[in-house]
Design a binder for this molecule. Sequence first.
Ligand SMILES: Cc1ncc(COP(=O)(O)O)c(C=O)c1O
Length: 397
Amino acid sequence: MSSPAELMSKLRPEASREPESGIISIFNYGRDREGIIPLWVGQGDTPTPRFIYESAVRSMEAGETFYTYQRGIPELRLALADYHARLYARSFDPENFFVTGSGMQAMQTVIQAVAGKGDEVVLASPAWTNYPAPLRLAGVQPREVPLSFANGRWNMDLDRMFDAVNARTRAMVMNTPSNPLGINMSADDILAVRDFCRKRGLWLIADEVYARFNFGVGNGPGNLPPSFLDICDEEEQFLMVNTFSKNWAMTGWRIGWAIAPKAIGQTLENIIQYNTSGVAQFMQRASVTALEEGEEFLTAQVEQARAGRDIVCNALRQVPGVQFQEPEGAFYLFFSVEGCTDAVELSRRMIDEIAVGVAPGPAFGPGGDGFMRLCFARSADSLEEAMNRLVPWLSKR
Ligand SMILES: Cc1ncc(COP(=O)(O)O)c(C=O)c1O
């Protein structure tokens, strides 16, 4: 029998070196605490609505429990094209859509398609934890470019991001609205990134999973912030990842989608085949229902998040030494705590002393030191209670 250390030493270094996600680590630390108000992970407190899950039940009752299309059932790919056409007021082709087992897996699929050992991918930091980790697992070097935070505002210095591109760079990953920052990229910045990627022959990977959670005045029927879909062509080096998780309260289902050029469709299908062999048909049926009948539910979710944002911003503005940029989109508040040198320790104390769970900023990369991320996609009552605990605690910390 081998020792645990020997077994670990036999793993690929890329796998054994990769640490636990900083979000999951704090979640595991506090998940069973009595009375905990969980604001650490990116989800609300509303379960998937009945009209969506009943569609999955009907599908299972009809015996749709067999292997199915690797790229996704035709009905779902058509529903995705129609949904995008409604939101972006232009036509989309179902052939550009690929159903994946979550947004996370959409990201993993596109990474596997475009970058491998020795390659580099440029992204901003702080960013969602689950970009750099799957890159490193694939042997790709993430180049995280820290954004600067000054006078209560985040500043994305595109020139710094462009300077991080070198001969090994294969792609840039752009996330708008941003998790964890809640900021939207401007139309000018989106255009500049697209033009730069075109000029340098890079893949542009856009993650707009929070596009519907936009609190400003947006474009078109979806009230959307500026989007890469406004100016990118599906047949260029452009890939987009998305998910059913956030819009329709389906985080536990694990289903998402990618948009990609038709020309690489067979390759993406192969990657899906060799990773998971596709998504359960009954989940796909429920996802069609979400797209076709889920607007009213989604509007209510966005309104709840907008109210949640106001509750947490108004409360934390009163705390001396706390700074943040008011979120324009997504459902996170990323705030700095003056003098905080160890955000992990602070978030553990918050759990131990007041039973409020937030994610420590360093989980989101080198730009996150001294910050905490709080998810406000919850009922007003629960957020008010969280703020009643947090504001006095932070004030006298
Ligand atoms: C920016 C961003 N992209 C993608 C995802 C993927 O979501 P899922 O894997 O639940 O589909 C998340 C989830 O938190 C996210 O925050």
